[in-house]
Design a protein around this ligand. Structure first.
Ligand SMILES: NC(=O)c1ccc[n+]([C@@H]2O[C@H](COP(=O)([O-])OP(=O)(O)OC[C@H]3O[C@@H](n4cnc5c(N)ncnc54)[C@H](OP(=O)(O)O)[C@@H]3O)[C@@H](O)[C@H]2O)c1
Length: 242
C-alpha cells in the first residue's frame, strides 16, 4: 500500500514530532512549512535517512503561492493517503484590540488551508476509498478562551470542519479526526509571559506541558489502532480541562 503523507507546519514543535513518527512508520513525506527554511532542510536531511522526503516552503499568507506549492507536491507524490493540518499561530490580547491584519493572519494560517488543501487531496482518497485527515485543534476550540478569542474562533471552525467532513466521507473509507492539545512545549507558547507560563503550569494537574512526541503518539494511535474512530476531537491536556 502506498503511504504518502502531507504535513503542514512541519517545522513546528508538533509538526516536527509528527513528521519523525510518520517517517518511522514508513510514510513518504511532503513537509510543508512557512519561513523556517533552515529547520525544514535539517529535518528533511535527518528523515531522508529513513524515508522519501520533500520540503515545500508555503507561506499561507499568500494563497496563490500556496496553490502552486500544493500543485508541485501533487506532481511529486501523485496522491496523499494522509493529510495532517499542523500549521497554526496564536494571537493573544483583548478582542477589541485585535488588529485587522492579525485577524487575517489567523484566518490565513489556521483556517483557510483546511479548505483549499483538503479539497486537493480528497478526490484521490475518494477514488481509492481510503485516507485520513488529522488536524491539530486546541482545547480552546470548544471552550471559552478569554484573550484568545480570534484563535479560538479558528479552532472552533476546525472542529466543525472535522465533524462535518467525517460525516460526509465516512462511507468512503476516509476518516477525519482532530487532536485538541492543552499546553505543548513548543515555540508557540513564546507569546506567554514567564508569569503566565508559571500560572498555566500550576493549573495543569500533571504539572507539566505535553511533549510534542506525545501528540505524535496519538497520531500513530489514530492511524493504526483507532480504526473505528472518525469525526472526533481528541483532547490531550494532562487533565487541564477536567
Ligand atoms: N503548543 C501548544 O501549546 C499548542 C496547544 C494547542 C494547539 N496547538 C496547535 O498546534 C499546531 C502546531 O503548533 P506548534 O505548537 O507546533 O507551534 P510552532 O512550533 O510555533 O509551529 C507553528 C508551525 O506553523 C507554521 N506556520 C506559521 N506561520 C505560517 C505561515 N504563514 N505559512 C505556513 N506555515 C506557517 C510554522 O512554520 P515556520 O516556522 O516554518 O514559519 C510552524 O511549522 C497549531 O495549530 C497550534 O494552534 C499548539
Amino acid at each position: 500500500m502506498m503511504k504518502n503523507a502531507l504535513i503542514t507546519g512541519a517545522t513546528g514543535g508538533i509538526g516536527e514530532a509528527i513528521a519523525r513518527k510518520l517517517g518511522e512508520m514508513g510514510y513518504s513525506l511532503a513537509l510543508f512549512y512557512g519561513r523556517n527554511h533552515e529547520k525544514a532542510q535539517a529535518l528533511a536531511a535527518e528523515l531522508s535517512e529513513i524515508t522519501e522526503v520533500k520540503t515545500y516552503a508555503m507561506d499561507f499568507r499568500h494563497p496563490d503561492k500556496a496553490h502552486v506549492a500544493m500543485g508541485q507536491a501533487l506532481d511529486d507524490f501523485g496522491s496523499f493517503q494522509l493529510l495532517v493540518h499542523g500549521a497554526g499561530i496564536s494571537v493573544r490580547g483583548f478582542f477589541h484590540e485585535l488588529e485587522d491584519p492579525d485577524f487575517e493572519e489567523l484566518l490565513d494560517i489556521n483556517l483557510r488551508p483546511l479548505y483549499y488543501l483538503t479539497r486537493k487531496v480528497i478526490p484521490d482518497m475518494i477514488d481509492r476509498q481510503e485516507g485520513q485527515i488529522i488536524s491539530i485543534s486546541s482545547i480552546w476550540g470548544s471552550r471559552a478562551a478569554a484573550m484568545e478569542v480570534g484563535y479560538a474562533m479558528t479552532k472552533g471552525a476546525l472542529e466543525q470542519f472535522t465533524r462535518g467532513l467525517a460525516a460526509e466521507l465516512s462511507h468512503m473509507g476516509i476518516r477525519v479526526n482532530a487532536i485538541a492539545p492543552g499546553g505543548v512545549d513548543t515555540d508557540i507558547l513564546a507569546n506567554l509571559s514567564e508569569e503566565e507560563k508559571q500560572q498555566f503550569l500550576e493549573d495543569i494537574p500533571f504539572r507539566r506541558l505535553c511533549r510534542p512526541e506525545e501528540i505524535a503518539d496519538l497520531v500513530e494511535f489514530l492511524l493504526t489502532k483507532g480504526t473505528y474512530i472518525t469525526g472526533q476531537i481528541i483532547t490531550i491536556d494532562g487533565g487541564y480541562t477536567l
